[in-house]
Design a protein around this ligand. Structure first.
Ligand SMILES: CC[C@H](C(=O)O)C(=O)SCCNC(=O)CCNC(=O)[C@H](O)C(C)(C)COP(=O)(O)OP(=O)(O)OC[C@H]1O[C@@H](n2cnc3c(N)ncnc32)[C@H](O)[C@@H]1OP(=O)(O)O
Ligand SMILES: [Co+2]
Length: 134
């Protein structure tokens, strides 16, 4: 069911500083910050030869990333995003197998204009999993 690794997300306390570090210190191809108010984040995508890095910073009062940074003020790996061919079929299979799909269980449009879902970290070895329809 899961396919390619679409991205690894890192929550950061200072988005501009993290983007500059990837651009200048690590020599990476760093995109511009994009506000994603529906998801409560501002994101910067970094293109790598075999996947992407998503830098995340809280946006708005109800950002899900704010609580993460309150627990880990220096930042840290926030989630892993796998691609799936059919996100509703994937959701239905996961629910059948007892996994918790976060939110109302309905896919929402993510940073790439594709439907995404999130799976509870406690069901996947302490790792927040995002699924994005390829
Ligand atoms: C523009 C979209 C973009 C894209 O790529 O398309 C994005 O990726 S948007 C990313 C931001 N959105 C989300 O993260 C939505 C899903 N997240 C959530 O619903 C919450 O963050 C949740 C439920 C994962 C955690 O909520 P909260 O921070 O309030 O913590 P809890 O007390 O509910 O946590 C329970 C338990 O889980 C541990 N936890 C929390 N976050 C993570 C994490 N990112 N990775 C691993 N573990 C996590 C937390 O420490 C608690 O563990 P415990 O042992 O009980 O203390
Ligand atoms: Co993501």
């Amino acid at each position: 069911m899961i396919g390619r690794l679409n991205h690894i997300a890192i929550a950061v306390p200072d988005l501009d500083a993290a983007a500059a570090q990837y651009r200048d210190t690590l020599g990476a191809d760093v995109g511009a910050p994009v506000a994603q108010p529906d998801h409560g984040v501002t994101v910067v995508f970094i293109d790598l030869p075999n996947t992407k890095i998503e830098l995340l910073h809280p946006l708005g009062e109800t950002s899900p990333v704010a609580a993460f940074l309150a627990r880990s003020p220096a930042g840290g790996i926030h989630h892993i995003c796998y691609e799936v061919a059919d996100i509703e079929a994937a959701r239905d299979r996961l629910v059948t197998e007892g996994a918790r799909v976060l939110g109302d269980g309905e896919p929402r449009i993510g940073a790439h204009g594709k439907p995404v879902l999130f799976l509870h970290p406690k069901d996947f070895n302490g790792c927040l999993v995002e699924l994005e329809e390829a």
